[in-house]
Design a binder for this molecule. Structure first.
Ligand code: ZN
Ligand code: ZN
Length: 140
């Protein structure tokens, strides 16, 4: 597979056919999978989907799924948060990709499997909703 990042291309062997990280424009990451499926993730989505234990725990508390943004607390003033952007992006072997975020957070390693599972496109959202309502076991 081909990982295209600002200033270089790296050849990797993994499930995605190609991964494009639009770090300079800040638009997000596009993945084309070997089966032809395409996924586009905004950086905000990816930050909210951070798979590290800490972020998982916080999401569990609020009943959020990976990629769901924090629900505003009723009556509370909105806290200004800079839009999530990665300051560094690096491949993690064949396994996935790691982002260092502009808020300093850097513990999440996004495996290709995880990214495919939480693809934000409408088809995959529908599939996850069907799985959830059918009472299938949830991922993780
Ligand atoms: Zn995290
Ligand atoms: Zn999808």
């Amino acid at each position: 597979m081909r990982l295209v990042m600002d200033g270089g291309t790296k050849e990797l062997v993994a499930d995605p056919k190609s991964v494009k990280v639009n770090k300079t424009t800040g638009t997000g990451m596009d993945i084309e999978w070997k089966d032809g499926h395409r996924s586009s993730y905004s950086f905000v989505f990816l930050r909210d989907a951070c798979p590290c234990a800490l972020c998982q725990e916080e999401r569990d508390k609020d009943g959020r799924q990976p990629g769901d943004s924090l629900k505003p607390v009723a009556g509370a003033l909105p806290i200004f948060k800079a839009l999530a952007r990665p300051t560094e992006v690096e491949p993690v072997g064949k396994y996935g990709i790691r982002f260092t975020w502009n808020d300093g957070h850097q513990h999440g390693i996004y495996s290709w499997e995880f990214l495919r599972e939480w693809c934000p496109c409408q088809d995959c959202r529908n599939r996850r909703m069907m799985n959830a309502s059918a009472g299938d076991k949830k991922p993780n």
